[in-house]
Design a protein. Structure first.
Length: 344
């Protein structure tokens, strides 16, 4: 807190005297923009107040501003793990859109224990943020999302949710996987493989892959599904898995791999290089997620996904709901598509 020469903290009245404006104008500048409120401060006045605050080292108390405005100016991103590349790209988009409206962002992780999930719910229902984006998983129940959505505008991602008091974003991932599998079939693939994860959240992708090949007459013996008891989230785990899958005679090894993530697919490209297998001539590889790193390898990664800019309209809608909380909940589709590049 700023100190005057007499030792007491600086106040808004001190700032007002130095800037030659009213205390109300200082309060407006210090507390920031409020939609629907007439702006009493011209740019010139705002600059004077800001300079006076700087000279007096005045810092408004955040707790007081939150109480006065009933706003935290924060958007919460809730994620099982915010560290996978797809989540990171989406979080960056959220942060940019929030900043355009003068809002900050906080990240709450719920992936490690049930107690952590309960803590996230408590924080959000207690008003830690003005809106929430939840990157959903089967661990995050509809009932929990509904309780949060009844308190703050909420958007949740996940094909298995239905809008209750929150918006739902779906990406038609299974349809995109089918498009990828059909692309491989048209390319002459005979021994497809899928690098999966054992968690149920992504099972619909694995099922779509298998069902598409079955529908085109592939026997189950020709389709390989690799998924062990650990989640293949790291480059080293995924690369080790791909090496084990590919290190066998050419007539037995897969001639195509689709991976549950772009990170795992990139690891499969590295494994093929290590074993001297040509991509895409001897092995075709497709990822999931359309992360930036996939465009930087050679050959560039064929994948399913979308551009992060496609998420902007639904995020804008969420932030609009801060001022219009009565807006009905809805399902918002941001479909993934097959993005053909060099690996398949």
């Amino acid at each position: 807190m700023a100190q005057q020469r007499n030792g007491r903290p600086s106040t808004q009245a001190d700032v007002a005297r130095l800037a030659g404006v009213s205390v109300a104008t200082v309060s407006y500048v210090a507390n920031g923009y409020r939609p629907g409120r007439k702006n009493p401060a011209t740019p010139e006045i705002t600059a004077r107040v800001t300079e006076a605050m700087r000279r007096l080292d005045y810092r408004p108390r955040r707790a007081g501003r939150v109480l006065a405005r009933n706003r935290t100016d924060l958007v919460a991103v809730v994620a099982y793990s915010p560290f996978n590349p797809w989540a990171t790209d989406l979080i960056t988009e959220i942060e940019e859109i929030a900043a355009e409206r003068g809002l900050g962002m906080i990240i709450l992780r719920y992936g490690h224990t049930e107690k952590a999930i309960e803590r996230v719910e408590s924080l959000l229902t207690d008003g830690i943020a003005d809106a929430a984006v939840i990157l959903g998983s089967k661990a995050f129940s509809t009932a929990r999302a509904q309780r949060i959505g009844s308190r703050v505008p909420t958007l949740i991602t996940g094909e298995w949710y239905r809008p209750r008091r929150f918006d739902v974003m779906i990406q038609h991932e299974a349809a995109a996987v089918r498009s990828a599998a059909e692309h491989l079939i048209r390319s002459g693939v005979r021994r497809p493989a899928y690098l999966a994860v054992p968690v149920g959240d992504l099972r619909h992708r694995t099922d779509a892959f298998v069902e598409t090949f079955r529908e085109h007459g592939f026997p189950d013996s020709a389709i390989t599904i690799v998924g062990r008891e650990h989640e293949l989230s790291g480059f080293l785990d995924s690369r080790r898995e791909a090496v084990e899958l590919l290190d066998q005679p050419a007539k037995r090894r897969p001639d195509a791999i689709m991976a549950h993530s772009d990170r795992a697919a990139i690891s499969a490209v590295w494994a093929a290089m290590q074993l001297g297998i040509s991509v895409p001539d001897q092995l075709k590889i497709i990822g999931n997620g359309n992360i930036l790193e996939g465009t930087e390898i050679t050959p560039a990664l064929t994948t399913i996904g979308t551009d992060t800019s496609a998420y902007r309209p639904m995020l804008e809608r969420l932030l609009d709901r801060i001022e219009a909380p009565e807006t009905p909940a809805r399902t918002i589709a941001v479909p993934w598509r097959l993005i053909i590049r060099g690996t398949a």
